[in-house]
Write a protein that binds this ligand. Sequence first.
Ligand SMILES: [Zn+2]
Length: 416
Amino acid sequence: MTQAMAIKLPRLQNDLLELFRIGYDAESKGVFRMGFTEADMQARDWLIRKFEQEGFHARMDSAGNIIGSMPGQHSGPVVAIGSHIDSVPAGGMFDGSLGVLAGLECMRTVRDHGLHCQYPLEVYAFAEEEGRFGGMMGVQAIAGELTPQWLETAHDANHMLLRDEMTRAGLNALEALNARVDPKHFRAFLELHIEQGPVLERIKKPVGVVDAISGVYKWLVRLIGKANHAGTAPMDMRSDAFMGLADFAHEIPRIIDEDGTDKSRLTIGWVKLKPGYAHTVPGEAEFTLVGRDTDPQVMHDLADSCRRVLSAIARKHNLMFEFEQMSWLAPQAMSDEVIQAFCRQAEALQLDYEVMPSGAGHDAQYMAKITPTGLIFIPSIGGVSHAPDEWTHWQDVEIGANLLLHTALDFARQSF
Ligand SMILES: [Zn+2]
């Protein structure tokens, strides 16, 4: 009976706590393992040793991804599990690490039960998922989505070049192109991740099965008016760029009502007023606008609507309007086959689950381009993530890891 089989939570807990200590900062109580930093590479070495101590084979590929493997009766295709172990600055314990270490725990559980899977299991700890260099570099390498030009020029917010940071870490940026894996290598890819949002906690369900990952676009918008003396310029003779921005911010709920869905998000996260002086009417408002949805058509509709509304507001306030599209990442549906497998196993384990979208990006969105891929969530307390107080109840960790285990076995079609 596979239902009786379960992971051992204390082992997984211990691994999560041990990994959290690598790059941990006592002052902020967060972890600093940004891609290709010393702490990140130390964590990668730790992980290889961890697999080896358990008797599994592990290696680092040319993109810095760590791959632990367990053979099956056939040489392939492999059932892959994974996530990332890099972090944002002052990150939490679970983001990414959970999906990797739960994969390791799945392998240990299979080994302890003496199961011989038909197909090999592989656990991936992808490199640089958090986008220090503006992408998901490790998984993009595996999916064949990197270009030499990007590898040569990508840099972080402090203008450190990816290629220099990789050299420092003992890697070669251009060789990351060789990390590409033939899609035929894979049978399926499964990722377990914390939700990083408040939905599961609110509806009191322990598991979310993701049906699609939101796409996201980022604009840099400029409303240009005329800077003027805040005392002498009459209210009806101003070209106040901030007034335009404020009007637009108020239009966001209506734009979503008319052209979006309950999965749409529009966010103005960064604003700069010029000249930015208390006694001067703002002559320019520069701001970012980030839009998200899980449906490509809805994303286009939202973008069109934002453009129309911004034009109208600019006319009304006597402003000029221009914008630059910094990025456009299309939404990514998860595989029906894997969604159904997760749901089937959740029912067998008598888990109450929710089929839901993911508003955040994950490694799964690139694996989905090359193999049937699925993503499951467990609740984040208070919806908090990318922060030191990110937390998830241990019983939910156990539930998520067990669902991952049984679904992986479903694909590996174990025989006794
Ligand atoms: Zn993550």
